[in-house]
Design a protein around this ligand. Sequence first.
Ligand SMILES: Cc1ncc(COP(=O)(O)O)c(C=O)c1O
Length: 389
Amino acid sequence: MEFTCQKDKFSIPHDVSYINCAYMSPNLKSVEEIGKISISKKSLPYLVQPSDFFAPSEKLKKEFAKLINVKEHQRIAIIPSASYGIATAVKNIDIQKGQNIIGIEGQFPSNYFSWKKKADKVGAEMRIISDNSIQHRGRNWNDAILNAIDTSTVVVAIPHVHWVDGTKFDLKAIRKRTNEVGAYLIVDGTQSVGALPFDIELFDVDALICGGYKWLLGPYSLGLAYFNHKFDHGEPLEENWLARKDSDNFAKLVDYEPNYKPYAHKYSVGESSNFALLPMLIESIQQLNTWGQENIQSYCENISKKAIQQISEMGGNIESSAFRGNHLFGVQLGSAFEIDILQKAFKKNNVFVSQRGNAIRIAPHVYNSVGDFEKLVGCFEEAWIRKWV
Ligand SMILES: Cc1ncc(COP(=O)(O)O)c(C=O)c1O
């Protein structure tokens, strides 16, 4: 499929280069439109049907199941945040004193605090893996994770790509190693799923947790999670009526059904029918399925490759493409650029990226173009220290 810039599907002004989807995606115009309609629905509550509590949730789960290649959409849960999904996984994994939980340096807090709290409570070790190499950092970091997994490892909880610089973790190799020692593999897909292909059949993770307002192009406060068979007999964080068997029979709600619906249904948050937000996320994931995540990756690669080469030649350090996303990568500035001048140039030129430590995070999507990257390179040129010596 020949893929062209999709900026006309978004409301970002033509003179704004928003290369920061890792912070927050813009709404698709179609998502904004559906959001307005769905918010107004409650103004006439007598039009809200009992089926509205169930049918949109099913549709959303099916659409997400398609995106990540899950056969049973009942394995998808609707969550309000990544931290909620991670807390659900933590609650349902038996962790003993002396065992270890593996995470990575600089991991997003939502995939750290719950593990750390449980580790401290039971006397387990929180093993944080880092790598400080300048060259081949992605490969070395992956090797370090594999080497850190041992027979005492109970969980590896990592993202697919690092939220700061896009370093890509080799989930296939890590799955193989976790299987050898019988450890869980829990993945935070918030910074990848939607833009970077994720295939449950291929990676075989035990749980995949995704906030929805970044690469899923959805609204804030709504996300999705996948839980495999190991969680079938677990317990949710809260007891809500929608999680119970036959909850669509409103007349029998106070018969207090003792059984949950099967699979991951019980892990959905209370009020997961969310009439205002669900239709928005359904619409955005349908659009992602139409575009195809492979196409999004190759589009981002095409529009950024010349800029990557130019910035690298000026002295910016960018991970090799095999070990990072095309939709998310960092430029380590080293001593090649004057950071204050760079920040001023971004502001002056309406270029939106994030600074994380001494690195700039660049996160393009299909609304970006070669023109945005030319503006980005112009900013780096302004701040390039070599120019003045
Ligand atoms: C890797 C990652 N996970 C999760 C989140 C969001 O977490 P939560 O939904 O708990 O606010 C972010 C936000 O930047 C993130 O980068």
